[in-house]
Design a protein around this ligand. Structure first.
Ligand code: BGC
Length: 747
C-alpha cells in the first residue's frame, strides 16, 4: 500500500491525481462545483456561520481552509480572543495605521485610493486575513453621524470613484474587500432599531451608487449588511437590498456577510440573501457570556429546517457556492500572495495619503507655510497635538507600531526652534481603549481659566502659534455606536481659540476630525487647516503641509455648514427618527430626498462655512474657458469637455478640477420642494481630475459626459432619465467656486 502511494506521488505529473477543487489551474467555477459535490449537508451549513469572533469554519476533511475576517477599514485590527472582543495581547499585531477614509476621500485622488487599498491588502494578507471589513461608503447625511470618519463623504460620485481603486488594490492581494454597511445606514443613534424610510429616487441617486460602483466596477467579493432596517426588514437579511438589488440588478456573485450581531431572524436569514453570519449573541443583542456558534440562525436552526424539508437545497447551495468562491479567490487562490507588514513602503504610503488629504481651508496673508526663525519659538496649543488618534472609535480602533503626534513632528521639523506645548483645555480623559494605550499624560490640576491664560501668556513673543484641536474618537464624537450631540467643538475649544486669536492675530488653527464641525471663530483667524485622523504618520503628514514640504491639494469631501440648523434635516422624524404609536421600530424618514450635503445648500442658496470640494493651495490656479466637443449630446453617445488650467503662482502644486452638472436652465422644478419627484439639485458632481502643474505650467483637463451623467432616477419607471433641455456643465474648484461653464443640449 505504502509502495503504491509512493509510486503515485513520485511518478508522472502530480496534477493528474489532484481533485478539480484543489487544482489551482482550474477555473474557479469548476473548483466550486467540484467542492460542492463532495460536501455533506453538515459541512455545508458549518461553512455559513462564525466559529469564533472573526472566523468561520472551512471544510477540514477536504482541506478547505477557514475564512478569517479583520477590521478595517484603515488598518488591520489587533487580534481579539477567540470568543470575545477583548484584545488577545499578541505581540506581533501592531499594524501600519492608514488614514481614516474621510481623509482618503479628501485626497480626491484615485491613485491614493489604489495605493491605500493595495497597502492595507498587503497587511491583511501578511496577517493571514481573507476578508478586510471595509471600506465603508455610507453617505454623510448628517454631520453628526458618529461613523462619518470611516466613510467617504457626502457625494455618491466621489465615494464611488474612490472606492473602486481601493477595492481593486485590496483584492490584488487575494484578500476580499467587504464593502459596508449596506445600506441606508447613516447614523449611529439607535442603529439596531431604526427603520430607514427612503424613496427610490434618493436610494438610487444618493445611497446606492458607491456600493454599486464597488460591486460592478471594483468587483468587490464581499458586502456587509448594516444593522438598521429598511422596508421594515433588517438589512443583514433584507430581500429588496440583497436579493433584488445587490444580487439581482447588480449581479453580485460574492458573499453577503452580516454585521456582527446584525442577524435576527431564522427564516429571513435563510431566504433573504445572507450568506455568512457573524457575531450573533445567542440571547439577542444584549450580550452573552460566550457565543454558542451552533445556535446561530444559519447553524443548527438552519440544519433542522433543511433536514425537515422546510428549507430548500438550492438556496443552501447558492450560499455555499458563494463562500467557496470566496475561498478560491482568497486563501486558495492560484497566485501566491505573501503580503507585507509594517514595511517602510506602507508607512510612506500612509504619510503620502494623509498629506494629500490635508485640506488648507483658509490662508490669509500667507500665514502658512509656517515661518519660524532659527532660535525662535513655536507655540503649539491643544490636546490633538499630543493625542494618539488611532485608538478608539469602535471597531476601527488599532494598535500600531508607532504613531507620530503633530507635536513630535513639529519638534522634528523645526530642530533649531523652541517648540513648546500648552494644553489649553482638558478634553478626553481616557488612557486606554480595549487595552491599547492612548499614550496620554493626563495629570492636570489647572482650572479651565488658568489653562487658557497660560496658553495666551506663552503666545507672547512667539514666531508662530498653532492650535491643534477638534474632535477625537471617544463617545459622542467620531465614534461608532454614538452620534455627536452638536456641530460645535467640545471642551470649550471655541473659547480657547478666541482668546488665542485675540492675543496672537496670526493664529493658525488645525481642526482634526472625521466629520464637519462648526467654526464660528473662522473669521477671527487667518489660517485654518483640516487634518483628519491620519494614522501612524499623522503628525508627519500634517507638518509636511504646515511647513510647506508638501503643497496642499486636499479638498473637502463634505460641506462644513455654518450651523446644523442650516442643513436639510429639519425635523425629528428625519433625524434621529421617531417611534409612532404602535410601531415596534424607530422610523427615520429621509424626507429631504436627494437634497443631501451641497445638493441642499447650493439649491437653497444657503451660505456655508466651507463648501464641498473646497481646499486651497500655496499656489493659485486659473481656469480658461470650458469647451465642448459638440453642442448637443448625440443619442447614446458622449461629449467631451476640455478646460485649460494654469498654475498661476510661484510654487508647483496640484489642483482638483471638478465637473458639476446643473439641470436644464428652464427646469421647472428648481428649486422645488424636496419631495417633488422632478426637483433637481442645482448642481451635482459628475467628474474630477487631479492635475499636477509646475509653477507657470498649463494643461488641458478633459472630462467625458454621457446621458447617465445628466440623468435623474425616475422611481416610477425604475430607470435613469435624461430630460431634454439645455444643461449647464460647470467646471470649478469647489461646489461653490465655479470658474467656467458650457451649455449642453439634450434633445
Ligand atoms: C461594526 C462593523 C465591524 C464589525 C466587526 C460592527 O460593530 O459595525 O463595521 O466590521 O463590528 O468588528
Amino acid at each position: 500500500m505504502i509502495a503504491a502511494l509512493l509510486a503515485v506521488a513520485c511518478s508522472g505529473p502530480v496534477r493528474k491525481n489532484v481533485p478539480v477543487y484543489l487544482d489551482p489551474a482550474k477555473p474557479v467555477e469548476e473548483r466550486v462545483e467540484d467542492a460542492l459535490s463532495r460536501m455533506t449537508l453538515e459541512e455545508k451549513v458549518a461553512m455559513l456561520h462564525a466559529q469564533s469572533k472573526f472566523s468561520s469554519a472551512g471544510v477540514p476533511r477536504l482541506g478547505i481552509p477557514e475564512i478569517w475576517c479583520t477590521d478595517g477599514p484603515h488598518g488591520i485590527r489587533p487580534e481579539v480572543l477567540w470568543d470575545e472582543w477583548d484584545q488577545a495581547g499578541w505581540t506581533n499585531d501592531s499594524c501600519t495605521a492608514f488614514p481614516a477614509l474621510s481623509c482618503l476621500a479628501a485626497t480626491w485622488d484615485r491613485e491614493m485610493a489604489y495605493l491605500f487599498g493595495r497597502s492595507i491588502g498587503e497587511e491583511a494578507r501578511y496577517r493571514g486575513k481573507d476578508v478586510l471589513l471595509g471600506p465603508g461608503v455610507n453617505i454623510c447625511r448628517t454631520p453628526l453621524n458618529g461613523r462619518n470618519f470611516e466613510y467617504m463623504g457626502e457625494d455618491p460620485y466621489l465615494a464611488g470613484a474612490m472606492v473602486v481603486p481601493y477595492v481593486k488594490g485590496v483584492q490584488e492581494n487575494g484578500v476580499a474587500a467587504c464593502v459596508k454597511h449596506f445600506a441606508v445606514n447613516n447614523q449611529e443613534t439607535r442603529r439596531t432599531s431604526t427603520n430607514s424610510v427612503v424613496g427610490d429616487r434618493a436610494l438610487y441617486e444618493i445611497y446606492l451608487p458607491a456600493f454599486e460602483a464597488a460591486v460592478r466596477e471594483g468587483g468587490a467579493w464581499a458586502v456587509m449588511g448594516s444593522y438598521n432596517l429598511y422596508n421594515g426588514q433588517f438589512n443583514c437579511h433584507n430581500k429588496r437590498l440583497l436579493c433584488d438589488i445587490l444580487k439581482g440588478e447588480w449581479g453580485f456573485d460574492g458573499v453577503v456577510i452580516s454585521d456582527w450581531g446584525g442577524c435576527r431572524d431564522d427564516d429571513e436569514a435563510v431566504t433573504n440573501g445572507l450568506d455568512l453570519e457573524f457575531g450573533t449573541w445567542t440571547n439577542g443583542m444584549s450580550g452573552a457570556p460566550s457565543d454558542k456558534y451552533n445556535r446561530y440562525h444559519l447553524a443548527d436552526p438552519y440544519l433542522q429546517r433543511l433536514r425537515s424539508g422546510a428549507a430548500d437545497q438550492a438556496t443552501l447551495d447558492d450560499k455555499v457556492r458563494r463562500v467557496l468562491r470566496l475561498n478560491f479567490r482568497t486563501g486558495m487562490c492560484p497566485e501566491p500572495h505573501f503580503g507585507s507588514f509594517n514595511s517602510p513602503e506602507h508607512y510612506a504610503a500612509a504619510r503620502q495619503i494623509a498629506a494629500a488629504g490635508t485640506v488648507l481651508l483658509k490662508n490669509e496673508g500667507g500665514v502658512l507655510p509656517l515661518q519660524v526663525r532659527k532660535g525662535g519659538r513655536l507655540l503649539v496649543v491643544g490636546e490633538n497635538a499630543v493625542k494618539k488618534m488611532i485608538v478608539g472609535g469602535g471597531s476601527s480602533s488599532l494598535k500600531t507600531k508607532y504613531e507620530i503626534t503633530p507635536l513630535a513632528a513639529l519638534q522634528e521639523a523645526f530642530p533649531d526652534a523652541e517648540v513648546i506645548w500648552e494644553r489649553g483645555y482638558v478634553g478626553d480623559t481616557s488612557t486606554s481603549y480595549n487595552r491599547v494605550d492612548t499614550g496620554q499624560d493626563l495629570s492636570e490640576s489647572r482650572s479651565a481659566e488658568q489653562l487658557v491664560a497660560d496658553a495666551v501668556a506663552a503666545a507672547e513673543g512667539a514666531d508662530a502659534v498653532v492650535f491643534i484641536g477638534g474632535l477625537n474618537k471617544s463617545a459622542h464624537q467620531d465614534n461608532e455606536g454614538t452620534d455627536r450631540l452638536g456641530l460645535g467643538l467640545p471642551y470649550g475649544q471655541p473659547e480657547v481659540i478666541a482668546a488665542l486669536a485675540a492675543a496672537f492675530p496670526r493664529l493658525i488653527v488645525v481642526n482634526i476630525s472625521g466629520s464637519p464641525v462648526a467654526m464660528p471663530w473662522a473669521d477671527k483667524v487667518p489660517a485654518i487647516v483640516q487634518g483628519w485622523y491620519g494614522g501612524s504618520e499623522s503628525g508627519h503628514a500634517l507638518v509636511d503641509v504646515l511647513s510647506g514640504a508638501v503643497n496642499p491639494s486636499g479638498r473637502l469631501p463634505f460641506t462644513f455648514p455654518l450651523a446644523l440648523e442650516d442643513g436639510p434635516l429639519k425635523t425629528e422624524r428625519q433625524y434621529p427618527g421617531i417611534r409612532p404609536e404602535g410601531e415596534k421600530w424607530w422610523q427615520e424618514y429621509y424626507d429631504e430626498g436627494v437634497f443631501v450635503g451641497y445638493r441642499w445648500y447650493e439649491t437653497q442658496q444657503i451660505p456655508v462655512q466651507f463648501a464641498f470640494g473646497h481646499g486651497l493651495s500655496y499656489t493659485t490656479f486659473e481656469y480658461g474657458a470650458a469647451k465642448l466637443s459638440r453642442a448637443s449630446l448625440p443619442a447614446g453617445g458622449k461629449v467631451t469637455l476640455t478646460v485649460p488650467v494654469r498654475n498661476a503662482g510661484e510654487r508647483d502644486g496640484a489642483e482638483i478640477v471638478q465637473l458639476y452638472v446643473a439641470p436644464p436652465v428652464d427646469w421647472v422644478a428648481l428649486p422645488g420642494p424636496p419631495e417633488d419627484p422632478l426637483a433637481r439639485p442645482a448642481r451635482e458632481l459628475k467628474g474630477f481630475e487631479k492635475v499636477f502643474l509646475k509653477a507657470g505650467e498649463s494643461r488641458d483637463v478633459t472630462f467625458t459626459v454621457t446621458a447617465r451623467d445628466l440623468s435623474r432616477f425616475d422611481a416610477d419607471a425604475h430607470e435613469w432619465v435624461a430630460d431634454s433641455g439645455t444643461y449647464r456643465l460647470l467646471v470649478g474648484a469647489s461646489s461653490a467656486d465655479i470658474r467656467s461653464e458650457a451649455p449642453l443640449v439634450v434633445k
